[in-house]
Design a protein around this ligand. Structure first.
Ligand SMILES: [Fe+2]
Length: 352
């Protein structure tokens, strides 16, 4: 496949391979109108990617001398966190940000003082304020102006989400493809934000931050124990499994349960805890707006090609949640070109 060159002519062998790939990807997803429209989008993207980046479809291999996982099943996410876990300690900046966001007496100038002390963070907030995510009449030239225009809530959520991305650091030996993980998190944030805007759910930046952080539990599982990661990856790739099923079987909980537990431990805002903790929990998906939107955005981001690279099968999309959000599949498909532009924009800003 690596000799395939870009061509405007349809390549039947690639078309067939892309169709097979998409069929497998959606095999547990049902066939609602939304899924069928997303399948068509996914096919276009996979076909293009198979021509432009054929190597990205090669199966991942691990060295044969990987030690087997000890098989110890934790009693739950909290017990897992008591083990030898690579849990990044929450940097000072997030703790201070949280304190300011949570304090009803805080003002935008308290937030500005903190953000302006962090050059990388103030640059990111300023560039985000000037990006297509926030439609401003004229360019924003200083961080404090950016904060003033965004307002306390938006700026606070944005700063917290942006600062938190620094937690996802690359380690030497990892099963998780960190670039894919990073892109998936950003794509999920953008999709969630645009769904929140279209469905008029209010507070769109909260959904953006929720998307950025939703898979923090996954990062911790894979970064904590290489042998566990390899076995989880293998099980997630075997017949009848996807990532969530494999996690349940091996650990007894999934990365969403763990993510919620971590963010709760860090005393993150309630909605971010609900989004991370509930995005694979059907009961929460159908009752909590943040878990609901992040669940849907996670699925859509993967369908658009921002997969995690762990399992060739994505799960299902909860129809009740989608119906409750209240936008149609056709409306979503219409949003896609804008969503794609925003993802490209934010990737450029946050990759810096
Ligand atoms: Fe997830």
């Amino acid at each position: 496949m690596s000799n395939i060159q870009s061509s405007s002519k349809i390549r039947p062998e690639i078309k067939e391979a892309a169709a097979r790939y998409v069929h497998k990807l959606f095999m547990h997803s049902g066939d609602s109108n939304l899924v069928n429209l997303l399948k068509k989008e996914a096919f276009k993207r996979v076909y293009k990617q198979m021509i432009q980046e054929p190597d990205s479809f090669l199966p991942k291999t691990f060295s044969s001398d990987t030690e087997p996982w000890d098989g110890r099943k934790p009693e739950g996410p909290a017990d897992f966190l008591k083990g030898p876990v690579t849990l990044p300690s929450l940097p000072q900046i997030q703790m201070q940000l949280q304190r300011i966001i949570d304090d009803p007496n805080s003002t935008i100038s308290d937030l500005a003082k903190l953000i302006c002390r962090e050059p990388k963070l103030s640059a990111a907030v300023m560039r985000l304020a000037n990006s297509g995510l926030y439609k401003q009449d004229k360019p924003v030239e200083t961080p404090s102006k950016a904060l003033e225009l965004l307002g306390f809530e938006k700026a606070g959520g944005l700063a917290l989400g942006t600062a938190s991305l620094s937690l996802f650091k690359r380690t030497d030996k990892t099963v998780l493809d960190l670039v894919k993980f990073w892109k998936h998190s950003i794509a999920c944030g953008v999709v969630a934000q645009e769904i929140a805007v279209t469905a008029e759910l209010g507070d769109p930046e909260r959904f953006f931050a929720g998307g950025l952080l939703h898979d923090i539990g996954l990062h911790v599982i894979f970064e904590s124990n290489y042998s566990l990661g390899v076995e989880l990856f293998r099980l997630a790739n075997s017949d009848g499994y996807n990532l969530y099923k494999a996690e349940r079987k091996m650990l007894g909980f999934n990365h969403a349960d763990l993510g919620g537990c971590i963010l709760e431990k860090w005393k993150f805002p309630r909605q971010l805890v609900a989004a991370a903790g509930g995005h694979h929990n059907p009961r929460k998906i159908e009752s909590d707006p943040d878990a609901m939107v992040i669940h849907v955005a996670d699925f859509i981001a993967q369908a658009l090609g921002y997969e995690l690279g762990i399992s060739p099968v994505i799960g299902f999309i909860d129809q009740t949640a989608w119906d409750k959000i209240g936008i149609t599949a056709e409306q979503l498909i219409e949003l896609l070109p804008n969503i794609q532009r925003l993802i490209d924009d934010v990737l450029l800003i946050l990759e810096d």
